[in-house]
Design a protein around this ligand. Sequence first.
Ligand code: MRU
Length: 356
Amino acid sequence: MKPLCSLQWEKDTLVILDQTGLPSHISYLRCHTCEDVATAIKKLSLRGAPAIGVGAAYAMVLAAIQAKKNKLTGDALREYLAKAAQMLRASRPTAVNLFWALSEMEHVIEKTPEEQLTEALLARAAAIHEEDRRTCEKIAQNGAMLFQKREALSLLTHCNTGALATTGIGTALGVILQLHKEKRLANVYVDETRPLLQGARLTATELMAAGVPCQLLSDNMAGYVMRLGRVDGVIVGADRIAANGDTANKIGTYALAVLAAYHEIPFYVAAPYSTFDFSIETGREITIEQRDPDEVRWFNNQASAPPDVPVFNPAFDVTPHELITAIITEKDVIAPPNSETISVYERSLSHDNIHN
Ligand code: MRU
């Protein structure tokens, strides 16, 4: 079965797979404006840090097309585009890929003459899209090499880091798919990932479609399967990685890392360069998105709690770098992740043209 694809550019339109309906409903949102894309990101129709970055890049092309239709030029044009970028930045505050992609697009706006702007923005968005696809492939290769000496591996993953969260084969899930291709995988435990079930709805769907042996767990079962000795490694994605390796990812990741440390199970993060935020020293500086309380009060369109019960609903948590065995990137594996090893990685990126 052909994997579902998170987004596609089709002549002045960004077509987004609406992930909120999966796995039961497959439907697409045809976005003609930057506002359409910002709404899709807010509602998690388009989600997963790398996919959000690519979507935001195309949203800036849509903004330039709108500006052209409105015959905006000079300062009015630049102001319009700056507002569009600001609106997109506000759509989700934690995943730094969004901010990275927008600053890439702003760089194009700064250096391009007005008459060539739409084409230049589209070229950069398409390049970011293609880079994401290639980056996923490289992460998968580097990650699978980490497990070189092992067969019949049993891994545990959280949330969704596959084709739906990126525009390639995925990050952590890309590594899993590569291990499956090499016939070295016995089982993948998939955390359902409360409250919005990205693990159950999306990861389980992707793994089943690819024929990967997997078992779904509710999040509170992870400790028990580790205790039973059934997990050889935990592998997750990331939404933002600080300069010392502290990693923000889907809520529940930190608890998994603590469990993994207690059970002496390696804990891996897989992420591309666009997920690193070298401007912040530690994870304490990462803004954690707080979401609608009803995501927790409701389950499957039914109230599962008193309608007015106060709720704490952070979308992400931060795993301190000491709990992370290695970060798998498109270049190599950073092990152990800390300020020194990450600054070596940062320096190596500046020699790469993937970043320019
Ligand atoms: O709220 P979501 O579904 O966007 O959260 C996604 C995650 O936390 C992923 O693990 C992360 O974005 C990495 S995706 C390759």
